[in-house]
Ligand binder design. Structure first.
Ligand SMILES: C[S@@+](CC[C@H](N)C(=O)[O-])C[C@H]1O[C@@H](n2cnc3c(N)ncnc32)[C@H](O)[C@@H]1O
Ligand SMILES: [Zn+2]
Length: 299
């Protein structure tokens, strides 16, 4: 088993971020990404990118950008918004992040924010990302940190509170997992990633602070402390910039116009692109293009 999918089709994820309630976290995440994303290479992918909430940090940096998510609903919202703002080519792909429809070495930069907290097989996920990245390319991961300051405090004060120092992931709600920093760095290393930088984000996610300081100011303070607190990793959300190791590979095709698709069933890369579908030349599988969204969800 590769892993499960958490279905967002019947959930209004944009609503989750609307209003002022989570503005502080949203702005802090934008600050973090702006520090970590850089224009390196040709192809960029946001894995589990939802409706493109964080797209302002990368939208026109690369000649080609892929927004991948399992939810057609989130992707449709993204397509409507981003098609207007994007000056470069942007592809919307509905797919399972554990089994992505791209050839090896397709991307030069990948990010995945707030996805891994839904995944029970992080190692499979990291291996898959490593597979689609070119050697020495970059990956930014955000994960929910179980060993954060608030949890450590609770553990010290409250009898019976869960031990945040325990290495294995904890399930903190239905389909939501928090991770220990050491667990994440071990798994990234196994997938051939070297950690370059760590930011501790949303460090002031405490209601009494959020109620008295406005989100713009609080996120500006967060921006200042993200790097120093990254050394001790005490925030609830951790951003990790890592680099895939170097490796000798045959020349990567420099043709940039087309995405090098791969069939998710037979793994062939001979895919014919028609106006409203992709067809695998080897096994005959068909992948519809629905309203401009490439649909690779398994039937
Ligand atoms: C909490 S949202 C995060 C979205 C976006 N990264 C953000 O920060 O706004 C999680 C997203 O992961 C997607 N998702 C969950 N499991 C997935 C899987 N196995 N493969 C691809 N996407 C998945 C959901 O559809 C949802 O849009
Ligand atoms: Zn096939």
């Amino acid at each position: 088993m590769l892993g499960e999918i958490v279905d967002y089709e019947d959930y209004d994820y944009r609503e989750f971020w609307s209003g002022k309630k989570r503005s502080y976290e949203h702005l802090s995440e934008i600050y973090a990404l702006k520090k970590l994303v850089s224009k390196k290479g040709k192809r960029f992918i946001d894995i589990g990118g939802g409706y493109g909430r964080l797209s302002s940090t990368y939208i026109n940096l690369f000649p080609q950008t892929v927004l991948l998510d399992y939810s057609l609903k989130n992707l449709s919202v993204a397509k409507k918004e981003l098609s207007k703002r994007s000056k470069s080519k942007i592809f919307f792909v509905a797919s399972d992040a554990y089994d992505m429809p791209f050839k090896n070495f397709t991307f030069d930069f990948a990010i995945s924010i707030r996805l891994i907290h839904h995944l029970t097989q992080p190692q499979n996920f990291f291996d898959e990302i490593s597979r689609i990245l070119t050697p020495q390319s970059f990956f930014i991961l955000e994960y929910a940190n179980k060993r954060n300051l608030k949890r450590m405090g609770k553990f010290l004060i409250r009898k019976g509170a869960e031990n945040p120092f325990f290495y294995e992931p904890s399930m903190i709600g239905k389909n939501i997992y928090n991770f220990h920093p050491k667990f994440i760095s071990d798994k990234l290393k196994l997938a051939e990633f070297k950690i370059l930088k760590i930011l501790s984000v949303s460090n002031f996610r405490l209601n009494f602070i959020k109620n008295i300081i406005n989100p713009e100011i609080l996120s500006k303070i967060d921006n200042i402390v993200q790097l120093p607190l990254g050394l001790i990793k005490t925030g609830p959300s951790i951003f990790v910039l890592s680099q895939k190791r170097d490796e000798k590979i045959e020349k990567i095709s420099s043709a940039i116009e087309k995405i090098p698709w791969k069939c998710i069933y037979c793994k062939s890369d001979i895919i014919d692109e028609k106006e409203d579908e992709l067809i695998c030349n080897q096994c005959g599988a068909k992948f519809p293009i629905i309203g401009g969204i490439y649909d690779f969800r398994k039937k």
